[in-house]
Unconditional design. Sequence first.
Length: 195
Amino acid sequence: MSNHTVSISPERKINWPTSLVLVLLHIGAIAALFCFSWKVFLVALALHWIAVGFGISLGYHRLHTHQSYQCPLWMQYALAVCGTLTLEGGPMFWVGTHRIHHAKSDKTGDPHSPREGIYWSHMGWIVFGETHHNDNDYMTKYAPDIARHGFYRWLNNYHWVPSVILAAILLAWAGCRCSCGASACGSCSGCTARG
């Protein structure tokens, strides 16, 4: 494997919606450090396990992409919803992109080849690559089995909806709380005294 780096050519355009979400998520992650609590940490750990373990590993990767096992349709749908919580796109996009990756692994056409450099394989392809998140026609070529389901097509277009619903539920349940239990970070004397 080559270690050369890819230069971002003028033909490659920045995917602004994705880039904006990535920036906001990282700002939120930094802000979360100032509102730490073990309860919130454990909830985040559990949600990570659900989203990555069930959603990506069991769902998008093993079940939807490679069809390594079978399960009831309701469970397939539930795993796909868990997969959307990672904000890596809907099922048609994820499965299609992963199948393209396997078909063209480390060759021309691999959407996130490490031969293009470590930055490209990790982040560059998301920020500067072709965006097919909601391009159901294009992704149907690579994930026709997924495209046959109306639910998956809907979820592919609105993959952000489960995350927004989960965020609203978490906000209604816990709100923004400081580690001292105040309802908003920086609003109690303990937090402002530390600041």
